[in-house]
Structures are given as structure tokens and as C-alpha cells.
Design a protein around this ligand. Structure first.
Ligand SMILES: [Fe+2]
Length: 220
């Protein structure tokens, strides 16, 4: 801890930041930012490709280590051969390239999953440096602003109580949600200097018969 931090306490509470440009994702390098979101609308051909893929009903989950060079081929081999899927593959390849470029990585761990239930239904922090998440269809990731949460109630601190009554959140109205198509970088506990400040988030509830298509990229 620096002399300044010892004197004045932690420098600043972590914040979320938003950009309408892909290049804005570099904002994750700011020390006080633990969630950086590129806000965008999906191209209509990408939306159509996603819908076709989910309608194929193959309940797939792809888990691959990819590089910007081989991701297109990997997805062509791994995804069901549904109509117009090239548009989705193109979009994912763009995100793989951006993620690897931003963090100077040769490879990334890609997970593309069709989801029909909440995968991580409780608010939590990730034990990773920084994860990229995009929801291509269905409800997207929920998160909490620092001033609206009590971190001591995370995990075991909840005493077995659900998030709604553990004291973790002050009010349900404080729950924020990322939008479909938006690209979010979630800084976790293992980002150097971010211990105790990982963005607090959870999977949204999924209604019966509803499907999500979720992409995550991790440092492999
Ligand atoms: Fe998570």
C-alpha cells in the first residue's frame, strides 16, 4: 500500500465506464474502472444468424483455445451449419482479435454456449484477471455499482441467505444490466492491483423456453 493510500484510505471506489467505440475498451486499463462496456447494436445479419443457431436446438457449448488467426476456421468446424452463420463467426472473430490485441495475447479461451438457465445465479466476483462477455440473444449479465452493494455479504458472508435478503444489495432497483450485443470487459480479482475490487455480477434469470447465446473470452 502506498503512503497516500495509508493516509487517505483506498484511492477511489471502482467504477463502470461506457463507450460507443470498440477502441473504448482500452478504458479497462484505468485503475479505477472494473467494468468497461462497448455499447453497440448488433448487425441485423448477426441477429439473424444467432436466431437460426438457437432455433436449431442443438444445445451446443463450444470450449476452445483459439488465436485470431484460427478462430474463423475453429468456429466453422465447431458450430452447427445453420443459415447465415458467417455473420456471427465474423463478429466473434472481431472480438477475439480485439481481446488478444488489448491484452497482448497469442491465444484466448473461447466459450460459446447456448444457455437455458442461470449459470451463476448469485452475485459474485470472478477469480480471473479480465473476462470478456457478450450476450448475443436473451437477457444479459447483471451487475452492481459499488455504492449500491456491501461486499462483505458476498459468498460465505451471505450466511446462506439469498441475494435479495442477505444485505448484499440495498434494493432490487439498483441492479444494473448490460444490453444484448454490448461487449463487456469484467475486471476480476486476479487483475494486478484489483484484489477486493472485482466487478460484482451474476447471470440473469432465464424464463422457461427462453434461450441465451453467451460468448466469453478468457486469458488462456
Ligand atoms: Fe462471473
Amino acid at each position: 500500500m502506498s503512503v497516500v493510500e495509508e493516509t487517505f484510505g483506498a484511492l477511489q471506489a471502482p467504477i463502470a465506464d461506457f463507450s460507443e467505440e470498440l477502441s473504448g475498451l482500452a478504458g479497462i486499463y484505468q485503475d479505477d474502472v472494473n467494468l468497461m462496456v462497448w455499447q453497440r447494436d448488433l448487425e441485423s445479419d448477426t441477429e439473424q444468424a444467432v436466431a437460426a443457431l438457437l432455433q436449431a436446438g442443438q444445445n451446443f457449448s463450444l470450449n476452445q483455445i483459439v488465436t485470431p488467426e484460427n478462430v474463423t476456421q475453429s468456429l466453422e468446424l465447431g458450430l452447427p451449419a445453420t443459415e447465415g452463420r458467417e455473420a456471427l463467426i465474423r463478429d466473434i472473430a472481431l472480438l477475439v482479435d480485439a481481446y488478444c490485441c488489448l491484452f497482448d495475447l497469442d491465444t484466448t479461451g473461447l466459450r460459446l454456449t447456448q444457455v437455458d438457465r442461470a449459470m451463476c445465479p448469485r452475485f459474485h466476483v470472478d477469480q480471473v484477471p479480465c473476462r470478456l462477455i457478450t450476450t448475443y440473444q436473451g437477457p444479459a449479465t447483471q451487475w452492481l455499482e459499488e455504492q449500491h452493494l456491501n461486499r462483505q455479504k458476498l459468498g460465505r458472508g451471505s450466511n446462506g441467505q439469498p441475494d435479495s435478503s442477505s444485505g448484499l444489495i440495498k434494493a432490487d432497483a439498483d441492479i444494473q444490466q448490460i444490453s444484448v450485443g454490448d461487449v463487456a470487459l469484467l475486471k476480476g480479482e486476479r487483475w494486478e492491483g484489483n484484489e477486493g475490487c472485482g466487478i460484482v455480477h451474476r447471470s440473469p434469470g432465464v424464463e422457461n423456453g427462453q434461450y441465451r447465446l453467451l460468448l466469453t473470452l478468457d486469458m488462456a
